[in-house]
Design a protein around this ligand. Structure first.
Ligand SMILES: [Zn+2]
Length: 235
């Protein structure tokens, strides 16, 4: 472990690492940064080698860029299992969800796990359906939590010497997004409302729970936010 030297000291991995400020602004669940960032890992068969790289939006969304790069560069061998993990600052939009499903149906030996920092326009029914369709076609989607942030920091960020621990965001926002992802999976109406006050760039997060949320979402997910008290039945 060369943790006290940081990854920049001549390490071959430093080329594909992003800068700490980039990671912090792209993946902050409290911010609504416009561009998306993708950090990804690819592992073939039983090989222990993990290929890591990063991508950002160009004229295409990052997901489309990944699919194009993968299709162009990789000599795809259907008999070798390929496991792909994405760490995305924004969850895929409905169009990307559709493209990912098409890609996976053309590459049946690829499995995809997606961790997202934030849900992209999550009030839009098409985006919600897109995520459900992905999950139904075998993709795992989860909200990034502390272990994933730590993992990304150590493996994808050109962190300064001695700072091999991710500096951290408050976990509340991860729990709020995790709760909303549950709503999406269970086809419930949104309960997390996000609005921005333009003048002071303040982003407001508001929880509005209806009976269907209390009845359907597992209590531990509701309680994990620390903001919700479950209704008590008195007798
Ligand atoms: Zn997209």
């Amino acid at each position: 472990m060369a943790s006290d030297k940081g990854p920049s000291g001549g390490d071959a991995t430093s080329r594909r690492r992003i800068e700490p400020w980039e990671f912090e602004v792209f993946f902050d669940p409290r911010q609504l940064r416009k561009e998306a960032c993708l950090l990804y890992e690819i592992q073939w068969g039983t090989s222990r080698k993990i290929w890591r790289n990063s991508g950002k939006n160009t004229t295409n969304h990052v997901e489309i860029n990944f699919i194009e790069k993968f299709t162009l560069e990789r000599q795809y061998c259907p008999s070798i299992h390929c496991s792909v993990t994405w760490f995305l600052s924004w969850s895929p939009c409905w169009e990307c969800s559709k493209a990912i499903r098409a890609f996976l149906s053309q590459h049946p030996s690829v499995t995809l796990v997606i961790y997202v920092a934030r849900l992209f326009w999550h009030m839009e029914p098409q985006n919600r359906q897109g995520l459900r369709d992905l999950i139904n076609s075998g993709v795992t989607i989860q909200i990034m939590s502390v272990p994933e942030y730590d993992h990304c920091w150590r493996n994808f960020v050109n962190y300064p010497p001695g700072k091999d621990h991710w500096p951290g965001y408050p976990v509340l926002w991860m729990k709020l997004y995790a709760l909303e992802l549950h709503c999406i999976i269970l086809s419930l109406p949104p309960c997390l409302k996000i609005s921005r006050r333009n003048q002071n760039q303040l982003t407001l997060f508001r929880l509005t729970l209806q009976n269907c949320h209390y009845q359907t979402i597992p209590p531990h997910v509701l309680l994990a936010t620390g903001l919700i008290q479950l209704p008590v039945t008195w007798r």
